[in-house]
Design a protein around this ligand. Structure first.
Ligand code: NCD
Length: 325
């Protein structure tokens, strides 16, 4: 199946999801020791074709990142490709001299086969795609979306719970600015029998636009604003997805303080949850999940982060070398 730009989670319907997930499963071979002869051959085939030259991925990051950039770069290098990268593009690229995103992308697309873009402005990935001669991967566009994170989140749900339909999922934290939440909600809205619970302080509730999307699709969701409500949800949900309050997006510190620390998931909350449920977080964590929770087998956030590499390897292969899958 053809994959070009990755701009928003809604573009991923069932067939392509299955293809991405099964390829990501295979990408785990690269980190296995003692490969069989057959597995070695498969790895060779899974690497990117280097004819007539090695493929190049450009990381153009205007906002901080640890996991997203490193996992993309590690993915590309594992596949035998090359990486060119700027981590503070606002400061260290020609943006600092006043160059527009459109011009930067026009130029960088002459030097790379794919561009991974993280930008502070919502809609920037779509804008970049209009000017780029190579595929654009949205690695976070301000408070907009973060589709590859949603893919690795859903892949993790599948890995842990063995299903991506029939889910009750609770989102806790910054649902207004949390772009990973937006993308995962859109992705799950394409699945069957998913029920959503949204738990957020008043100033950072889920945007109306996303709620309207769910209403139009007749998808069940409930917004909860108090601790008792949270406890009921915890007893019922299959997935608890916690996010950090996105401090950098607030107009002032006072507004942020109204939201910070309102919901902190600790062992007392986790005790209420079902045995076969999971706790997720896109990371970085500040203090919204207490560290005592980390040792609970239901806390999957570090495994979730590790899956990022395999999903991104699968996406890069599908974009850059689809003939050799
Ligand atoms: C998230 C992001 O950048 O949106 N991090 C990530 O990519 N894993 C979440 C966050 O910054 O809180």
């Amino acid at each position: 199946m053809k994959l070009t730009h990755i701009l928003e989670a809604r573009q991923f319907k069932d067939a392509i999801l299955r293809e991405i997930f099964s390829l990501a499963d295979e990408m785990k071979l690269f980190d296995k020791t003692n490969l069989t002869e057959k597995e070695r051959k498969r790895c060779h085939k899974l690497k990117l074709s280097s004819q007539p030259r090695k493929k190049i991925m450009a990381c153009l990051f205007y906002e901080p990142s640890t996991r997203t950039r490193f996992s993309f770069e590690s993915a590309m290098k594992t596949l035998g490709g090359e990486v060119i990268s700027t981590e503070s593009a606002g400061m260290f690229s020609s943006a600092a001299k006043g160059e527009s995103l459109a011009d930067t992308v026009r130029v960088v697309s002459g030097y790379a086969d794919v561009i991974v873009l993280r930008h502070n402005k919502e809609g920037s990935a779509k804008e970049a795609a209009r000017y780029s001669r190579v595929p654009i991967i949205n690695a976070g566009d301000g408070p907009g979306e973060h589709p590859t994170q949603a893919l690795l989140d859903l892949y993790t749900i599948n890995d842990e719970l063995k299903r991506i339909d029939d889910l009750k999922i609770a989102f806790v934290g910054d649902l207004k600015y949390g772009r990973t939440v937006h993308s995962l909600v859109y992705l799950l809205a394409n699945r069957k029998n998913v029920e959503f619970y949204f738990i957020a302080p008043q100033p950072v509730k889920l945007p109306e636009e996303i709620k309207n999307y769910l209403l139009e699709k007749n998808i069940k969701f409930t917004e909860i604003e108090n601790e008792e409500g949270l406890e009921i949800v915890l007893r019922n949900c299959d997935v608890l997805y916690v996010t950090r309050i996105q401090k950098e997006r607030f107009e002032n510190e006072k507004e942020y303080e109204k939201c910070h620390g309102v919901y902190i998931i600790d062992s007392r909350h986790v005790c209420l949850m079902k045995k076969n449920s999971i706790i997720m977080h896109p990371l970085p964590r500040v203090d919204e999940i207490s560290i005592a929770v980390d040792d609970d087998p239901r806390a999957v956030y570090f495994r979730q982060a590790a899956n990022g590499k395999y999903i991104r390897m699968a996406l890069l292969k599908m974009i850059l070398d689809p003939e050799n899958i």
